[in-house]
Design a protein around this ligand. Structure first.
Ligand SMILES: O=C(O)CCC(=O)C(=O)O
Ligand SMILES: [Fe+2]
Length: 281
């Protein structure tokens, strides 16, 4: 899979998605998702104190990473971003998100509204996603706090207003894609659960030609995303001229282009949650 706009990716993956209650696989195996409700009512509070993070100072040049012998403008990574207690708070809250129940046929606008703030199972990709768009409904307090924290720590200039939560079961991934032109060219992702390799490849244009140098179809940079509440931020060239994705595999090994760890580390996949923050244009 080459270049694919993230919105198209979601639409494609969501095409045949149907709501269904899922057993939640973090915490108790008996925990069942809350039944779908028509309305999601979140408190309308506009300002929150940021979370206290493990980041000693603000995100800065010292957190910048690039593969050996080359530069990609711009990727930041910090393994220790969220405290365990914050990760646990997020995991507990995730179990309270309702599941979408779109039995009737909806147009795109209705569907965005209907799905906002609810779990949707992407049938083709099998993973579960929940989208929170502040232009549709106020963000839940926990996400507002995280969004404020990201601004506070310099990950964004503005407070992000669009959050996508992906829930991956062991072995699942996300096909290589770009996050698309609907957002400012900056993405921040917090990871909780298992570790994965996040892979960046050079983008192709609509004629399937490499946009930049020749011979760069392969992965140009990998980042080991630790599931202990780590944070990756990518922007500019990394956002605009590269695709990113996560392989569908049960295990993988860090390689020569892994930017934040040495080569040869075996990663055995387990369940993982990611929270991806962006600013809508
Ligand atoms: O799960 C991840 O780390 C990546 C998610 C992602 O690329 C996206 O939501 O656009
Ligand atoms: Fe993405």
């Amino acid at each position: 899979m080459n270049e694919i706009d993230f919105k198209k990716l979601l639409r494609q993956e969501r095409q045949n998605a149907r709501s269904r209650n899922q057993k939640h696989h973090f915490g108790s195996s008996e925990a069942v998702m809350h039944p779908a409700t028509d309305e999601v009512n979140y408190e309308t509070v506009v300002s929150y104190e940021p979370y206290e993070t493990l980041l000693a100072n603000q995100l800065s040049e010292s957190h910048r990473i690039h593969p050996p012998h080359s530069q990609i403008d711009l990727v930041y990574y910090t393994k220790n971003f969220l405290k365990d207690e914050t990760c646990n708070e997020i995991l507990d809250w995730l179990q309270t998100i309702p599941v979408v129940s779109n039995q009737r046929k909806l147009n795109e606008q209705e569907e965005s509204k209907e799905c906002n703030g609810k779990w949707t199972v992407l049938k083709h990709a099998r993973r579960k996603v929940a989208l929170f768009d502040a232009s549709i409904a106020p963000l839940p307090p926990i996400l507002s706090k995280l969004a404020v924290t990201l601004k506070h720590t310099n990950a964004f200039k503005e407070t992000p207003d669009h959050i996508l939560i992906n829930e991956y079961q062991k072995g699942m991934g996300i096909m290589s894609h770009t996050d698309g032109p609907a957002y400012n060219s900056r993405t921040a992702t917090i990871s909780i659960g298992g570790d994965v390799l996040f892979k960046l490849t050079k983008r192709r244009d609509q004629y399937n030609q490499l946009l930049l140098e020749e011979g760069c179809d392969k992965c140009v940079m990998e980042v080991l995303l630790h599931g202990c509440g780590s944070l990756i931020v990518f922007a500019n060239d990394a956002y605009l001229n590269h695709c990113h994705g996560i392989d569908e595999t049960f295990e993988e090994t860090t390689g020569k282009v892994t930017a934040n760890e040495k080569e040869g580390i075996l990663i055995k996949r387990t369940d993982r949650i990611s929270l991806t923050f962006r600013c809508k244009k």
